[in-house]
Design a protein around this ligand. Structure first.
Ligand SMILES: [Zn+2]
Length: 198
């Protein structure tokens, strides 16, 4: 929603470890370093299922749940939850629309919430307006929730600032985000990312 995602700020094996730990897959991450052992261990009996619609699949997507403090303009990470593709796109409707899946995801939102078309459209308009309003201002990121599980040294904000650090598979994604972030922060912080540490 806010054009920042944790997946882009951590190494692939860290993201794989988070996916395993928070119930999006049974696959153990390929490099399971000691520092990752502080991650919660998932219960093997708990099925890999979408937290919203209950769909059970071998591999789910991991959604970052944020809370936004309008008074202090802080975007706070509060949870990572496993979701199926359709439920995940429901939280990123702009992205769904870009992919040409807008109508399909709209039907999914309506079905999950037992809404008719009018209620669904109203919800999407309200969500978009809220996003547009909040996007006008710089905001801080609060990742303290994440730092209880992984050390800050594993979260690389410099990837947003220093293209030489970008890994190949992140380049396209980050190029677009980088432009947006620079524009967003140009006034308040001289183009530098600001975030709130512990
Ligand atoms: Zn689902």
């Amino acid at each position: 929603m806010w054009r920042i995602n944790i997946r882009a700020l951590v190494a692939d094996n860290t993201w794989d470890a988070l996916r395993w730990s928070f119930g999006a897959t049974r696959d153990l991450p390929p490099c399971f370093f000691a520092w990752e052992m502080s991650l919660p261990t998932p219960n093997e009996k708990t099925p890999i299922e979408c937290r919203i619609c209950g769909a059970q699949e071998d591999r789910l997507e991991l959604h970052e749940k944020w809370q936004y403090d309008d008074k202090h303009r802080i975007q706070r990470l509060v949870d990572l939850i496993p979701l199926c593709h359709n439920c995940h796109l429901s939280f990123h409707f702009g992205r769904a629309d870009q992919l040409g899946l807008g109508e399909k995801v709209k039907r999914h939102i309506a079905k999950i919430n037992h809404w008719d078309k009018r209620q669904t459209d109203k919800h999407l308009v309200e969500a978009f307006n809220k996003w547009r309003l909040r996007s006008q201002y710089p905001y801080s990121l609060d990742l303290n929730w994440l730092y209880q599980w992984i050390p800050k040294s594993k979260v690389h904000f410099d990837w947003l600032e220093n293209p030489r650090h970008w890994t190949k598979n992140k380049v396209d994604w980050l190029c677009r985000k980088h432009l947006f972030v620079r524009r967003l922060f140009a006034g308040a912080s001289g183009g530098r990312m600001i975030y709130q540490g512990p």
